[in-house]
Design a binder for this molecule. Structure first.
Ligand code: 5GP
Ligand code: ZN
Length: 136
């Protein structure tokens, strides 16, 4: 289940070399070429799924368990103070490589990484609309 035009398929399956932190039958974990902070890594499944909409539940669950293990190990190695685990889906959400991946971004006190968003305020209208649609 690979896509011949997908760079992450080639990296995950070892056709293109990468700085690999971990590998098993289903996943490869690599250092990101454009790191937000020192140690920024990506979890790549070896099979091709474009995004969270496409990935099967079993693989998604394993990816998150692997994220937990990598974050624990890398926190020791890097001496970082925290972690962001980020996963973008579709262009509108900032996805640029359309092969499912999870970002593991180490955070260091005062790293000025700039990752985050401007907080809004939950309106009664949005809250009621969303809850009503979910129940309906
Ligand atoms: P997205 O924006 O799709 O969530 O994240 C794509 C990530 O892949 C970016 O952080 C980018 O730096 C990284 N990236 C893109 N191409 C390559 C590559 O060829 N090798 C590695 N190691 N990272 C890449
Ligand atoms: Zn792929």
């Amino acid at each position: 289940m690979q896509d011949n035009n997908c760079i992450f398929c080639k990296i995950a399956n070892g056709e293109i070399p990468s700085a690999t932190l971990y590998e098993d039958d289903e996943f490869r974990v690599i250092l990101d070429l454009g790191p937000a902070t020192k140690g920024h890594a990506l979890i790549l499944p070896k099979n091709h799924y474009a995004d969270l909409y496409e990935i099967d539940e079993g693989t998604a669950a394993k990816a998150f368990v692997l994220a937990k293990k990598m974050v624990a190990r890398l926190t020791d190695i890097l001496g970082c103070d925290g972690y962001n685990v980020v996963q973008n889906n579709k262009e509108a959400a900032g996805q640029t490589v359309f092969h499912f991946h999870m970002h593991l971004i180490p955070r260091y006190k005062d790293d000025k990484c700039g990752f985050g968003w401007k907080m809004g305020k939950l309106s009664d209208k949005d809250k009621e609309e969303i809850l009503a649609k979910l129940k309906g």
